[in-house]
Design a protein around this ligand. Structure first.
Ligand SMILES: Cc1cc2nc3c(=O)[nH]c(=O)nc-3n(C[C@H](O)[C@H](O)[C@H](O)COP(=O)(O)O)c2cc1C
Length: 145
């Protein structure tokens, strides 16, 4: 039985986390939204921030993985507007995935996400949560993993 890391990333912080998880023998899946996200940072902040705020579940490309192979799934998400990202909202609602989630890795500009922690503690009371502050800028944050 293997370990799977499912993550989302727009600007590359999440890629560094995924590399580290690969070193830790996780199989890696990157979530891809069906619709392209806005290219401009401002438009992304407006749209992404809004959608995250309403816990939107963004449509994503199929994850072609046999989940029965895995005993443990870890989820990686940037923090948008204090929340988990819309593509990851879709993943963690999936019946094939949610019962196997053991941990979350969150990456955020400020290194804090109290609203997300509250939500995860409520919906996934047994999952551990690691928050990293901008690993692209502070690679030492990856040591927390
Ligand atoms: C739409 C949007 C909203 C964001 N909101 C927050 C926030 O509320 N708090 C925070 O600490 N960082 C926020 N950030 C910064 C990202 O969480 C941070 O840069 C993260 O490392 C990005 O991960 P990525 O490079 O893998 O996409 C936001 C970034 C975007 C694009």
């Amino acid at each position: 039985m293997g370990k799977l890391y499912i993550y989302f990333s727009v600007s590359g912080n999440g890629e560094l986390v995924a590399e580290k998880m690969k070193e830790k023998q996780y199989d890696i899946v990157k979530v891809i939204p069906k619709k392209k996200l806005p290219k401009s940072f401002f438009a992304l902040i407006m749209k992404g921030g809004f959608l995250a705020g309403i816990k939107n579940k963004m449509k994503i490309e199929d994850i072609n993985v046999d989940f029965s192979q895995y005993e443990e799934i870890v989820i990686g998400s940037p923090i948008w507007n204090g929340r988990i990202t819309p593509p990851i909202n879709t993943v963690i609602a999936d019946e094939n995935i949610k019962d196997k989630i053991t941990a979350f890795v969150l990456y955020a500009g400020g290194g804090q996400a109290p609203k997300s922690i509250e939500r995860i503690n409520k919906e996934f009371p047994d999952a551990t949560i690691t928050i990293l502050k901008e690993p692209k800028k502070y690679p030492e944050e990856l040591e927390k993993l």
